[in-house]
Design a protein around this ligand. Structure first.
Ligand code: XMP
Length: 321
């Protein structure tokens, strides 16, 4: 890997911003660039850099994959509206669920999302907009894990030998590749992003599909979405790095009203971590865990079991897919 990390302690954030803004402006010239804003820290920071470099010549899209959290598209559009950045929502739910139909293998699911995202949805957007550049927030950890073969992060292309210009018809610009999350948050703060955005816990590119074991269907995503809302509401006051709900593939025997209820299992994960490279499960109070189990099993239809992950990364990883 020939990219060198810039650690937070060595980062001169303002110089970094000025340099990246100049690089983007230089690369795009008087053309236009597009970017996909997911509302995660990385894509939000990239949007701000692109906006500073190109103004309205940066077209930002929120791709509604059907895999996002509750009300996420509207929330992101509203946050960026406050910053003077216009974001257009593209409804691509059908395309993503079609591509994921019948797939259960994690890497195949990731590959299906990559192809749908970059080829189908973005290929068309790039063509329609006349843009030749896609700006994206790939970070140092994404590249490291993909190159090491841990997971194929859905946004990694060049490092896997994919020539985007040849395959998809556009060049990808990745201004954050030298940084990990803490440094990216600092850049976000200085670009004027709201604290609610730059301090958000990380959220993976494949979104809730990274948290559904087995086939990703609208119904199964909806179930994990409901559990996610509950987990995020309960754990947002912790100092944890990231917290999430996972839907398992296997069903288990439970009981309700004195009768057998063969139902679904939700796993909760909550991580202490600096940069997602390694992590330890947060020692949450037992009362919090019990409350989560009660709320999830009583409000998310079909769930009869809630578990908490107690395994460190490694050998676990933060997401399950
Ligand atoms: P893992 O699961 O590999 O996750 O321990 C490390 C960090 O990366 C996030 N993650 C992703 N982010 N695209 C992304 O942009 C992906 O495909 C992806 N997979 C995992 C994860 O949420 C964690 O913060």
């Amino acid at each position: 890997m020939n990219i060198k990390e810039i650690e937070l302690r060595d980062l001169d954030a303002q110089t970094f911003i000025d340099q990246k803004v100049a690089d983007i402006a230089g690369a795009v010239g008087d053309g236009i660039a597009i970017n996909a804003l997911s509302g995660g820290v990385d894509s939000s920071v990239v949007t701000m850099l692109g906006h500073k470099a190109l103004g309205t010549r940066l077209k930002s899209y929120f791709i509604d994959t059907g895999l996002m959290r509750q009300d996420e598209p509207q929330q992101i559009v509203s946050w960026f509206g406050e910053l003077g950045v216009t974001v257009e929502i593209i409804d691509a739910q059908k395309q993503f669920f079609n591509a994921l139909k019948g797939l259960t293998d994690p890497e195949e699911k990731r590959e299906a999302i990559t192809q749908t995202f970059y080829k189908e949805v973005f290929g068309k957007l790039v063509k329609d907009s006349g843009s030749k550049y896609l700006l994206q927030g790939t970070n140092f950890t994404d590249i490291e894990e993909t190159v090491a073969g841990v997971k194929r992060q859905h946004n990694i292309l060049e490092q896997l030998g994919i020539d985007t210009k040849e395959q998809f018809g556009y060049t990808v610009l990745e201004p954050l590749v030298e940084l990990r999350k803490p440094a990216i948050r600092e850049i976000g703060r200085l670009t004027g992003l709201q604290k609610d955005i730059y301090e958000r816990p990380p959220f993976p590119g494949p979104a809730l599909a990274a948290r559904v074991i087995g086939e990703v269907t609208p119904e199964r995503v909806d179930l994990v979405r409901q559990a996610t809302t509950i987990v995020e509401k309960e754990l947002c006051t912790t100092d944890a790095f990231q917290y999430l709900a996972v839907l398992h593939e296997d069903k288990v025997t439970g009981m309700r009203d004195g009768k057998r209820d063969y139902g679904m299992q939700i796993e909760i994960r909550c991580w202490d971590s600096e940069d997602a490279k390694t992590g330890s499960p947060t020692r949450l109070p037992y009362e919090t865990l019990e409350k989560l189990a009660d709320v999830i099993t009583s409000t998310v239809k079909g769930v009869v079991s809630v578990t908490y992950n107690i395994t460190k990364k490694p050998p676990s990883t933060i997401e399950v897919v």
